[in-house]
Every structure is written in structure tokens, then in C-alpha cells.
Design a protein around this ligand. Structure first.
Ligand code: GDD
Ligand code: MN
Length: 373
């Protein structure tokens, strides 16, 4: 028997669950997180809200800067993820970690105008499913964003606008508030690929959503760098593809097929070139095949299997195994095609069937042998 009781130093105020949660995904934002929190404090009430940073293993001292905030403020939290990247999945993981029924997502780099944040939260409080900050409405703008970035954004906005059944003026916005329950409900349908969580939510909802839009002027980033790169653009296209095909075509298979198509092009171009230099057909065809396979290997390595990307010496082994896989694929191709052809099938049916069998083999076998988990 003992009387030991755990005592916690009394806080100034009684604890109550927050009503609002601001999720801030971070990747290398050391110099932004503290100024951002100060801005949030300036526009939010004293109590009833929290901020959750979701950091993907930043090495620049971002987590340490957030711990400093946590030492001083009761309403700051941090989720650290390792071995994973992605703005959309980080945003949703933050949303799932709060007691607050109303959640917002905001960039750490202060490009989103914090003055608009309370309005977004209020809209959802007033009954909207989703509220977004828009740059494409009266009293909204892209600010002095670089021309090239503005152009890409406009283009993506048009593309997204065409395929989205819950149309909004700024589907590419990453500044939003939403009912947490809606996200929980949509969870099995969300793709969580890449950067565009708002678009993912809008396109995943089977029904019409109640959406509010609040205009704001997009600001320029002052500290740190943008993480937008080619991968982010590919993720955007994959997100649209997956949403439109209802996941019928897995993104990976689609990429593999596209790379295969590019290989055919490389093959024909090289063949033509070498023939024009007077090489014998057999030599030219052999070299073209070898180069096309190597080209397919490198593209698949950086695109289709970039989550299992082979680097350094492992690329050599990977290339050799890919040659072996494709060699067997070619034998299967010719075998099946000949079998059908001599069984009196039409020549083009036999040819296509052989090619499809070969491609499917290459896809399945390379995911097992070349880019095994
Ligand atoms: N956790 C995590 N993981 N956060 C990330 C990652 C990641 O892999 N990549 C980027 N972030 C964080 C950044 O630290 C930043 O807080 C925010 O996501 C936006 O990243 P930026 O690199 O600044 O992107 P941007 O300026 O090109 O685009 C943003 O602004 C657009 C306009 O509102 C994105 O938020 C878009 O979604 C948004 O539409
Ligand atoms: Mn940014």
C-alpha cells in the first residue's frame, strides 16, 4: 500500500479540447516555423485551437525549431515522419491526430495569408464542408509570383477544373479548412499522392460538397526553398489519372506502359540513324534494342519505381537483371505470337498478343526482380 500520487504542475487554465486545428506540413522550413506561429497567434483567439506540424525528416533543424515552440506554448504539437515524403499524406495525418472537429491546412512558408485563416474556419463552423483560400477570384491574386510559376499554376488550374465535379476557382490551393469527419469519411477513397490535398478531397467525394471560397493575395516565399519539382508535377498527373479511372489503372502500370512506348520511339530513331550511317541491319537492330532497354531501365528507375529507386552500384545489377527480364519477355513474346500465328490466327492479332504478353511479363517480373522491395 502506498499513497503515491502523480501530480502535475497546475496550469493557468483548465484544459479543454480545441475546436480548431491548423495542420502545417513542413519539409526544411527552419526559419519559417517560429515567425509563422507568431502570425497565427496574432489572428487566432487565446484558446480553443492548436497547431500540428507534420515534418518529413527535415535535416535543417526544423524539428528543433518546433520543439522550441513546444517548450513555450501548450497548443503546439509535432508529428515526425521518417522514410516518407508528401504534402497530401502529411496534411491528412495531421488532421487525424487532433480532437478538433474543424481542421485547416496551411503552408509553413507564409505564402498563405494568415488573416484569411479565421474566415476559413468560420465558414466551416457555419456549415460549409470545405472552405478554401482562392487566388483566382476578385480580391485574390498570385501576388508577385514568378511568371513561370504563375503560368504552370494557371495551366494546372484549367486542367483540374475540367475533370473535377466539385468545381472551384482555385482547385490547386493548398490553403483550406474542412470538417474532420468529412476527411475520415472520404479516407478510403483519397489517393494521397503528391501535393494536392484539396483537389483530392473535391474529386474523391461521391456527392456535391458545400464549398466556400475566400479570396486572398498569394505572397512570396522569403526563407527556404520551394519543394516543387518534376516529381510533384508527375504526382499531379497521377492524381488526376487515378481519380478519373477510379483506380482501374494503377499509376505504376500506366507509367510502365508509357515508358515502354518511349522505348519503342528510342529504338526506331536509333535504328533509322544507324542504318543511314551504313551499319548492317542486324548490328543496328541489336544496338537499338540494347539502348532502348537501357533507356527504359533509367526512366522506370526515376519514374515508375522512384519509391524503390536503385542508386550507385545497385543500378548496374538492376540494369543487368532488367536485361534478363526483357530477354525472357522477348522469348515469351515471340513464342506466343508464333503459336497463335501457326494456329491460323491473323498476323496482327498474333503480333499484338505476343507484345502484350511480353509487356505484362516485363512489368510483373521487373517489379519482383529488378525493383524488389
Ligand atoms: N511534411 C511535408 N512533406 N511537407 C512538405 C513536403 C513533404 O514532402 N513537401 C513540401 N512540404 C511543405 C513545405 O514545407 C511547405 O510548408 C508546404 O508543404 C508547401 O511547399 P512549397 O515547396 O512551398 O510548395 P509551393 O509553394 O510550390 O506550393 C504550395 O502552394 C500552393 C499554392 O497555395 C503548395 O502548398 C500547394 O499545395 C499550393 O497549392
Ligand atoms: Mn511555397
Amino acid at each position: 500500500m502506498h499513497n503515491l500520487k502523480i501530480t502535475v504542475p497546475s496550469t493557468e487554465q483548465e484544459w479543454a479540447p480545441p475546436r480548431y486545428c491548423v495542420v502545417v506540413p513542413t519539409f526544411e522550413e527552419r526559419d519559417n516555423v517560429q515567425p509563422l506561429f507568431a502570425k497565427l497567434q496574432a489572428v487566432m483567439p487565446d484558446r480553443g485551437w492548436e497547431v500540428i506540424f507534420v515534418d518529413d525528416d527535415s535535416r535543417d533543424g526544423t524539428p528543433e525549431a518546433i520543439y522550441q515552440l513546444m517548450d513555450q506554448h501548450f497548443n503546439v504539437r509535432l508529428i515526425r515522419r521518417f522514410g516518407r515524403r508528401g504534402l497530401s499524406s502529411a496534411a491528412v495525418e495531421g488532421m487525424m491526430a487532433t480532437a478538433a472537429p474543424i481542421v485547416a491546412v496551411m503552408d509553413a512558408d507564409m505564402q498563405h495569408d494568415e488573416e484569411v485563416l479565421p474566415k476559413l474556419l468560420q465558414c466551416v463552423d457555419d456549415g460549409a464542408d470545405v472552405a478554401l483560400g482562392t487566388r483566382y477570384a476578385q480580391n485574390g491574386s498570385l501576388g508577385s509570383w514568378a511568371q513561370s510559376r504563375a503560368l504552370i499554376s494557371r495551366f494546372a488550374t484549367v486542367v483540374a477544373g475540367r475533370v473535377n465535379k466539385n468545381p472551384v476557382t482555385d482547385p490547386m490551393s493548398g490553403f483550406l479548412a474542412v470538417r474532420r469527419d468529412l476527411v475520415v469519411e472520404l479516407m478510403p477513397r483519397l489517393s494521397l499522392i503528391g501535393f494536392k490535398i484539396l483537389l483530392d478531397i473535391l474529386m474523391s467525394s461521391p456527392g456535391k460538397l458545400k464549398v466556400s471560397e475566400v479570396p486572398y493575395h498569394f505572397r512570396c516565399r522569403t526563407a527556404g526553398e520551394s519543394k516543387l519539382d518534376v516529381n510533384v508535377s508527375i504526382d499531379f498527373l497521377l492524381l488526376l489519372l487515378e481519380k478519373k479511372t477510379g483506380r482501374f489503372i494503377p499509376a505504376r502500370l500506366f507509367l510502365f506502359a508509357a515508358v515502354g512506348g518511349s522505348g519503342l520511339l528510342v529504338h526506331l530513331l536509333l535504328l533509322r540513324l544507324m542504318l543511314s550511317f551504313g551499319l548492317s541491319f542486324v548490328v543496328a537492330q541489336s544496338v537499338a534494342v540494347a539502348v532502348a532497354i537501357a533507356s527504359n531501365f533509367s526512366l522506370n528507375n526515376v519514374l515508375t519505381y522512384r519509391d524503390r529507386q536503385l542508386r550507385g552500384w545497385r543500378m548496374i545489377g538492376g540494369l543487368l537483371s532488367f536485361y534478363a527480364v526483357c530477354g525472357i519477355g522477348a522469348i515469351a513474346n515471340v513464342g506466343v505470337a508464333s503459336f497463335l500465328y501457326f494456329g491460323n490466327e491473323r498476323w496482327w492479332v498474333a503480333g499484338i498478343a505476343g507484345a502484350v504478353i511480353g509487356a505484362v511479363w516485363n512489368y510483373v517480373a521487373s517489379s519482383f526482380f529488378t525493383w524488389r522491395r
